[in-house]
Structures are given as C-alpha cells and as structure tokens.
Design a binder for this molecule. Sequence first.
Ligand code: IVH
Length: 680
Amino acid sequence: MSEGDRIIELRELLHRYNNLYYVQNAPVISDIEFDGLMHELMDLEARHPELYDPNSPTQRVGSDLSKGFRQAEHRYPMLSLDNTYSEQEVRDFFQRVSGLLNEPFEICCELKYDGLSISLIYEDGKLVQAVTRGDGVKGDIVTDNVRTIKSVPLVLQKGAWPRSFEIRGEVLMPWTSFEKLNAERERQEESLFANPRNAASGTLKLLNPQEVARRQLDSYLYYLLGEQLPFDGHYENMMEAARWGFKVSEHMKKCTTIGEVLDYIDYWDTERRNLPVATDGIVLKVNSLRQQRNLGFKAKSPRWAIAYKFQAERQVTRLNSVSFQVGRTGAVTPVANLDPVQLSGTVVKRATLHNADIIKGLDLHIGDMVYVEKGGEIIPKITGVDMDSRSLLMGDPVRFADVCPECGTRLIRYEGEAIYYCPNSISCPPQIKGRIEHFVGRRAMNIDGLGTETIDQFYQAGLIKDIADLYTLKAIDISRLEGLGEKSAVNIVRGIENSRNVPFERVLFAIGIRFVGETVAKILARAFKSMEALENATVEELTAVNEIGGKIAQSIVAFFRDERSRELVSRLKEYGLQMEVAGQEGQGGSDILAGKTIVISGVFNHHSRDEYKELIERHGGKNAGSISARTSFVLAGDNMGPAKREKAQELGVKLMSESEFLELINEKPTIISNELLLPF
Ligand code: IVH
C-alpha cells in the first residue's frame, strides 16, 4: 500500500474510532492503540504536505495560529424560541397547534441544552464551516475551534446525507471539564466562569484553537436544515443524523398527548441533575416538517416550537451577617451568613458575595430576605433582595470592611480590580497559614499529614511562621502537640525531608508567587532553568517568553525585589530544595551551531518552537524567520507548510527532522516535554 493510501485508510479508521469513543461511548480500541495510529498518521502527513486535509483527525489538536474571526451570514436566520415557565402555557401551546393544524400531530420533546448555539455546514460529507449565532443574521466563523470538539464529525460516517446541508446544535462544556477549568483558574488566580455556558462561550471565542482543544468542549445537535432532508419527521431526521456521526440526544421523545408532554417535563425537571451537561429546560417541537411549514414563523420565533424553562433553583432566606475571609494572597472575600435553607439537596448556611461591587449593586442590608442560587451549581451565591419583605425597620447597610478582620491592616484595592487585599502578607495569620497550606499541597511539595488544622496548631504553638520553618521542625516538638503521636510526628518529618527532591518547577509553584500557577511555573522553569536566573530576570526578559504576560512578569519582579522573599528563597536553598532544573535540561550549551542560520517550521513533539529557538541560540546558532539563500537548514517539524517546503527545495536548503536535530545538539528527547506538548 502506498503512503498516500495508508494516509486515507488511517484517516477513515481514526474518524470511526473517534465517533465510537466520543459520540457512541463505545470504544473498540485502547487509548494507546489510538495514539499509535494518530502518530503514524501525523508522521505520514508530515512527509506528504501535498495531501493536507483540514478535516484530517490530526487537525483536532488545533494549530497555534491566532487570527481574528471573520463573519458569515446564516443561510437561514438563527431564530430563538418563545420561553415559558408555566405548565398552563405549555397546555395553551398544545391547544393552539391543535387548532391551527386541525389534524393529528406529534410533538417531539427534547432537552434544552444550556450552551451556545452553533451552525455547522457540511458539503459532500465534510465539515466546511462552523458559525456562532451572532446576531441571528450573521455570526463569527469559528471552524478551527469547532474542529477541536471531538464529538463534532469532521467527515461523516455511514449513510446517505444530502450533498449540502446545515445542522444546528449546542456547544457545551460538560460539568467535569467546567469544574476542572475553574479549579485551574482558581489556582492561577484568574477570574472564574460563573457557569458552563459562559465557559463554553468564552472558550469558543478564544483565538487559540490549541487552548480550545485543551478545554474539552462537547456538542449536541438538534436541528437539521436543507432542501433534501431524508424524512418528514424532525425526530427521524435526527436519528438519521446520529447514524451519519453526529451526537444527538438519546433523550428525545415523540408524544401525542399533552399528558405525555407534561410527564416528560416532570421527569426531566429532576432527572436532569444526573446529566453530564447543563440543561435549562425542555424544547417542544411539532415533529412533521410539513406541519412546521404550515404553522410558520412569527417575527423572531417559530410557531411550531416552544421552550419550557426550569425554575432556577432559588430560595429565599434571611441575611444575618456578613463576614470577611482572607485568603493566602490577601484577597478579602465577603461571605453572607444566612438562616439555613435547603437548596438542590444541600443545606446552605453561607453564600459568597464575591466583592464590594456586588454588595453595592445589591443594596444589601442586614436582616434582608435574600435570594440564594447555586452559581454554576457549585458555590451558592446571593442574586437579589426581596424588596417587598423589607420593613421600615430596615437593618444597617452592609459595608465592606476597611481593615483586615484578621490583622487590622487597612485594606487596599488595586487599580481596575474589584477585589480588596490585605497588604500585610508577612504577618497576617491566614495569609501565612494559607501560604504554608499551598506549599505542602499535593501538586506543590506534596507533604503528607499537614492539613489545615495541623498547620494551625504548628502556627499557634510558634513552631512555624513561614514555609522555610517547616525544614527546621523536629519530630519531638511535633509529638508534644495534642493529637499528634510519635508515629505521625516521624511521618511528617520524613515527608518534609523527602520534599527536598521535589523538582524545581514544583518548588517554583509552591513558593506562591502571585499569578505563578502550575502551568506558568513549568514554563518559567523551562525557560530560566534556575531560581537564580529568575531572581535576576527583568520584565522584558520575562515577557519575551511565550505565554508570559506583563501581569505575571511584574508580579515575579516585585516578588524578588522584596528583600524578605529573597531571604526566604535563600533559606529554602540552604535547606536543600531543588533550585534548578535537574539533569540535561539544566546544562549549558555548546558552539556546535556556530555560524549557522536556522529557520524553524512546523509542529514539534519534544519541545515547543520557542524552546527550539532557545536551544539554537544556546548552541551558538542564529534564528531566522524566513528561508533565504543564507539559511543553513530548516528545522522541520510536522505539518510544515507546502510553500516553505517548496522554497527550501528551490534554494537547495536542507530540511532537518526533529530527531536529527536533537541528535546534532546531543540531546535525548525528554518524556516531560513530550507530555507537555501532547496532552491528548
Ligand atoms: S431548536 C428555531 N432545540 O435554545 C428554533 N434549541 O431560545 C431552533 N437550545 O438558540 C432551536 N437546546 O441555542 C432547539 N433541543 C434544542 C435546544 C435549543 C438548546 C437553545 C438554542 C436556541 C435557544 C432557543
């Protein structure tokens, strides 16, 4: 079989396995086998740029090219649905349809997915364009981002689909991806997404498809449009679309009586809590397309459909007081203390008020009856005040604290930020304890046996006042504390001992520099190699590293400018923590590339393009952006553009593969960078 044929075969196989895994939930091969085939295809495609296909399974990882979005007009306007919250209006809808049609009809009941709507155009069985709803008439072309959604077929599977058709549906972020993303953002001290819909919409509008791919969106399709659809029934068409490879809800149901429709609504009102994605109601559609055409449209919505929206889970309860919590970074969060109330299966006593602006916006007074909702169904939040129940004897207005409730220092607010901070990072107890907790965390120094309470005990007993003090702890002192016997004392000290081997990148994360989360720490460690280099880095040097922005750079420089941080870091060094990248990565360069001008092109497996640029410089070479007669060679990764390839050939410039290059500079590929570069 020729390599070209093998490429075609692999693409077909991978499309099928992808569909079985992501749409049908029925994988037939292991992840390792899948990855193996994917790599084989990537290698072959790199050798055959002339066979480039934007819908190849390899394109799902997203390229890192950034571009703004162009817009496209919808072939059919994207309308919305009439909404109702009342059962009576559902009955009215049913009656109205019945009166207008005056013949038997079926209603297709389906879940109303809470994401953002998308329109997908397929031609000859291939995805050619994905457009957001926009203003209903035209939307953003987000095809590259949508290609990264594994449940969206790039090439259709079996069946006889119309040559050209449009299918609409919802792009969603499943609860698990949403929680993971928010947890990560919290660690990086970035603002959290309020719910999966905002997260999905923020993600789909990112200019970097690689980041979109990482965030793992999902899709459900619910509306097929086109001239030659296979059936008259909407339900039947959707089942057919499922055969072509689309992810279609398995919970659609055809009903003929209003009783069946109301039962469906009742059932899903509670059962929806067990779904992996957010839903906010039920959509009822007249099933026959002929009947839909007869009923027609109003100005903004069809007469043949209606959305019944679930009541947001909300309760009214009394606001008793507001307290202020201080986190490890000094950020002060207002927390509402409430009369306990039952909400979506849990008793809620406290709710977040986010920041001073939110308190002001709500015009909160102590004693108010307030609405509590589960924001994104994780942390309860106050969404409003029941003004009708406010009496003349209104309580005091809620004011944001002026001083830190823990240490009495006057709070500050950075320009452009909604959050107040306690600036006393050195001696404000919750900040100290919070930093220690962060330092010992599993993803940081991973020291077992040190929970919030134990750290508090150590702090109260005067055994530790900063992270470096951990390394002076003696088992004997620990064992004297209440509830901590000899055995746990020895284990804690052993754990602390072992943490001296934790790699530099995690030490860097653990010391808790503002905005330096896990990912940033990894990037910094790879770029600077040692704490010393980082201590001396300027804002310019830091921002020169890809993915390091001004905010992070300023924060790092400010951290090391502070004498106290420098002393802390030097004590940690003294106690034997890893202060530089271990092994080969940390080693210096050579002059093996002296006098050589090198152009980098394509996508790499072992290092990022920026790392290759750095490696070239470290080994005495020079980087150039475009191929010319002066180019010594092109470091060619996967998917190198055909134009560059031609140019190189024309000028007789040699192409060097990634592995040849690594051999030349005498570096073996490391597993870690491989992991970083290939998250899937
Ligand atoms: S049908 C002409 N079906 O709800 C009507 N919409 O307000 C076409 N949605 O913009 C829409 N789940 O984003 C339809 N099963 C479903 C849906 C659904 C969610 C969204 C969609 C639309 C909005 C309507």
